[in-house]
Design a protein around this ligand. Structure first.
Ligand code: ATP
Length: 246
């Protein structure tokens, strides 16, 4: 039986003037999958992610997200996804609780439900003692976990995470990935960009982008085997090097 697709992308092109940031991308993401988007700075990951979230228009291509078309149904897409941007979007001058209440409201949840879910979330994240503290006063790793939790607060079908673990220590990153696995276990499809190759190995499948193009796509073990490599770090270096020689 064919797996259900959460995202389909055919021949996605995004140009900024004459510069091609996304060069004919074609890939599918399956429902419940953790799909990693890897690439060096400037490879075009954020550009593609913003298009899939309905925040930016493609130059051309056929793109469907959660069953909706990115040209004509962006509002429906936004109702069905969560997004954690690189400079994750929580407000530093609101408290932990106020941030949750704010985003719950944006996602259209009722205040009664927001209060109940916020209490559960704050307890689950171990943030009870800082519930009424300004976000600016809590550590980066806690903020990232909170930002992820807020991005899935409304139980979206798909969540897009743009370098969610940048700048935090390996233990906190591992804890963050436990949260990603829990969300995937609940049926949420995850699309995540990362620079960390250990994180690439946590994904079900990965897509490696170089200079706006897809250089390889598959499970981490398929890519390691195909490239005759030791690990994902080697795969990445080989593909990036090959691209430069062309
Ligand atoms: P990073 O890991 O640094 O976030 P990335 O793979 O996400 O990199 P993008 O942010 O998608 O890369 O950028 C891809 C290329 O497109 C870069 O060269 C960037 O300068 C360019 N670019 C992105 N947004 C714009 C824009 N609005 N106008 C012009 N060029 C842009």
């Amino acid at each position: 039986m064919e797996k259900e697709k959460a995202i389909t992308v055919k021949n996605l092109v995004k140009k900024f003037g004459s510069f091609v940031a996304n060069d004919n991308l074609t890939f599918d993401v399956y429902k419940g999958e953790i799909f990693g988007f890897l690439g060096a700075n400037g490879a075009g990951k954020t550009t593609a992610l913003k298009i899939l979230c309905g925040l930016s228009s493609p130059t051309s291509g056929e793109i469907n997200v959660a069953g909706f078309d990115v040209y004509s149904e962006t509002n429906k897409i936004k109702n069905n996804i969560g997004y954690m941007s690189q400079k994750f979007s929580l407000y530093e001058d609101l408290t932990v609780y106020e941030n949750i209440r704010f985003y719950g409201g944006i996602y259209g949840l009722k205040l009664k439900d927001i209060r109940k879910r916020a209490d559960e979330l704050i307890q689950k994240l171990g943030l009870t003692n800082v519930r009424n503290e300004l976000l600016s006063s809590i550590p980066l790793g806690w903020k990232q976990k909170l930002a992820f939790s807020v991005a899935i607060f409304h139980h979206p079908k798909i969540v897009f995470l743009d370098e969610p673990t940048g700048g935090v220590d390996p233990v906190t990153r591992r804890e963050f990935w436990d949260m990603i696995y829990d969300a995937a276990g609940e049926g949420i499809t995850i699309m995540v960009t990362t620079h960390y190759m250990d994180e690439a190995e946590y994904c079900n499948r990965v897509c490696i982008m170089v200079d706006g193009r897809i250089e390889a796509i598959g499970t981490p073990s398929e890519l390691i085997k195909n490239q005759n490599a030791e690990n994902m770090n080697d795969v990445f270096l080989q593909l990036a090097r090959k691209a430069k020689q062309q």
